[in-house]
Design a protein around this ligand. Structure first.
Ligand code: EPU
Length: 349
C-alpha cells in the first residue's frame, strides 16, 4: 500500500502532526524489494523505516520515503525439549505477540508485556522492562539491506546488544537494514522473573502467591497473571498514547562510574541505583528529574508526566521542537544539580 503527502500523526505515539512525501506499508519481503529496486535517485531520497513510532520524535516534515512493515508470520522453526525457536514477522505488535505466546504456553517474554512498538523495533531497540531485555530471548534477526534488497541475518552475537543498544543503532549501520523477522527463543517451562523492584509488591497486592503454598483467597502465580500484573504496573505509571501523546521513557538511565556515585550518595543519600558491574552503576533519570522539580511541570504544550518523570507528554498540538525545548531544559537542570548528562532514548528525526 502506498500513500503520498501523508500525515504521520497516526504513525508516531507522540502524536506529532508532520507529513511524509511518500509512505509505503509492505506486507512481504518481495514487496519491500520491489520498492527498493524502483527507488529513484538511490542516494538522494532519504529513507526512514519506522515501527509503531513509539520511539520517534519528528522535528519537521519528512521529505523522503517512509517504510512501515506489515509482515505478520509466526512459525515454530525448532523445538528442542522444553525450548523452542519462533520466527516472528517484524510487523507484529510486540504485545500481541507476547499475548499469543502466553496463550500458547510459550514462556519468557511476560515481563515485556504492554511495551508499545513492533517486533522489529524490539530487536533494534533491545526493549526491556522489569529485569528482562528482548536480547535475553533473541536468537537472530533477519533483515533486508535497504541499499540493494539483499537478505542478511545477524546472529545475536553479531547484534552488539547492550542496555537499549544494538548494532542497528551504530554509525554506519543505523538506517541501513529493515528488520523483516526475528527468531525468539521461548520455553515451555514457566520460569518467572520477579527480582525487579515493584513486581513482587504488585503480585502481593493482587493476592497472587509466588510460593507453592497458596493461602486461602489467593491465586497461584501463572504467566497470564504475571502478564496482567505487569500491564497493571505500566498502566499506573505510563500514560496511554491514545489519550496523551508520549514515547515511553524519553531519556535513558545514565550509567556512571561507581566512584562518582559514591560521592553523589554522600550528598543525596536517597539516590536509587542499580549495579551494572563492579565499576559502574545505573541511576534512574526519572528520580533525578523529579528531584529537580520537573515532575508534572509544563513548558508550553509539552510536559513532564505527573506519575513518571522519565516520560515527556504532548499536551495537545505540541511540535517536535516544543518537546526538544523541554528536553533541553531538563537536561540542563539535571547536569547542574547532579553533574550527570542524561541522553534521550527517543530518536529525533
Ligand atoms: N523514580 C522517581 N520518580 C519518577 C520516576 C522514577 O523517583 O518520576 C524512581 C523510582 O521510584 C525508582 C526508580 O526511579 O526508584 C526507577 O523507576 P521505574 O521502576 O519506574 O523505572 P525507570 O528507570 O523509570 C525503566 C525503563 C522503563 C521500564 C522500567 C521498568 C529506561 C529508560 N526505562 O524506567 O522502560 O518499563 O524501567 O523496568 O530504562 C521505556 O523504555 O520506554 C520504558 C518505559
Amino acid at each position: 500500500m502506498e500513500y503520498t503527502d501523508v500525515s504521520l500523526k497516526p504513525y508516531n505515539t507522540f502524536g506529532i502532526d508532520v507529513r511524509a512525501r511518500r509512505l509505503v506499508v509492505y506486507d512481504d519481503i518481495e514487496e519491500l524489494r520491489r520498492v527498493i529496486a524502483a527507488r529513484e535517485g538511490l542516494d538522494a531520497t532519504p529513507v526512514l523505516h519506522i515501527g509503531s513510532g513509539s520511539n520517534l520524535l519528528f522535528l519537521g516534515d519528512y521529505e523522503g520515503l517512509v517504510l512501515y512493515c506489515n509482515i505478520r508470520n509466526l512459525d515454530v522453526v525448532r523445538e528442542d525439549g522444553d525450548s523452542m525457536i519462533l520466527n516472528v514477522g517484524a510487523g507484529w505488535i510486540m504485545d500481541d505477540f507476547i499475548a499469543e505466546c502466553v496463550r500458547n504456553r510459550w514462556y519468557g517474554l511476560e515481563n515485556l508485556s504492554h511495551i508499545p512498538g513492533q517486533v522489529g523495533a524490539s530487536a533494534v531497540q533491545n526493549i526491556g522492562a522489569y529485569g528482562v531485555e528482548a536480547a535475553d530471548n533473541i536468537v537472530s534477526v533477519h533483515c533486508v539491506d535497504l541499499n540493494d534488497g539483499s537478505a542478511r541475518t545477524f546472529l545475536k552475537t553479531e547484534c552488539n546488544y547492550g542496555y537499549r543498544h544494538s548494532i542497528f543503532k551504530e554509525d554506519g549501520v543505523r538506517g541501513r537494514y529493515a528488520v523483516v523477522s526475528v527468531d525468539y527463543r521461548l520455553s515451555r517451562k514457566f520460569v518467572p522473573r520477579l527480582e525487579y523492584g515493584g513486581v513482587l509488591k504488585a503480585l502481593e497486592e493482587n493476592h497472587i502467591s509466588v510460593s507453592a503454598d497458596v493461602p486461602p483467597g489467593w491465586r497461584p502465580l501463572t504467566a497470564q497473571n504475571l502478564r496482567e500484573t505487569i500491564i497493571g504496573i505500566r498502566r499506573q505509571k505510563l500514560p496511554d498514547p491514545k489519550i496523551l501523546g508520549n514515547a515511553g521513557s524519553f531519556f535513558m538511565n545514565p550509567v556512571i562510574p561507581k566512584a562518582q556515585f559514591d560521592v553523589l550518595r554522600t550528598e543525596f543519600p536517597d539516590m536509587p541505583s542499580y549495579v551494572v558491574d563492579e565499576e559502574r552503576v545505573k541511576v534512574p533519570a526519572g528520580w533525578m528529574i523529579e528531584q529537580c522539580g520537573w515532575k508534572g511541570r509544563s513548558l508550553g504544550r509539552a510536559a513532564v508526566h505527573d506519575r513518571q518523570a522519565l516520560v515527556l507528554v504532548n499536551k495537545g498540538g505540541a511540535t517536535g521542537k516544543d518537546i526538544v525545548a523541554l528536553c533541553e531544559a531538563i537536561r540542563a537542570s539535571v547536569l547542574s544539580r547532579f553533574g550527570i548528562t542524561i541522553s534521550p532514548e527517543v530518536n529525533f528525526i
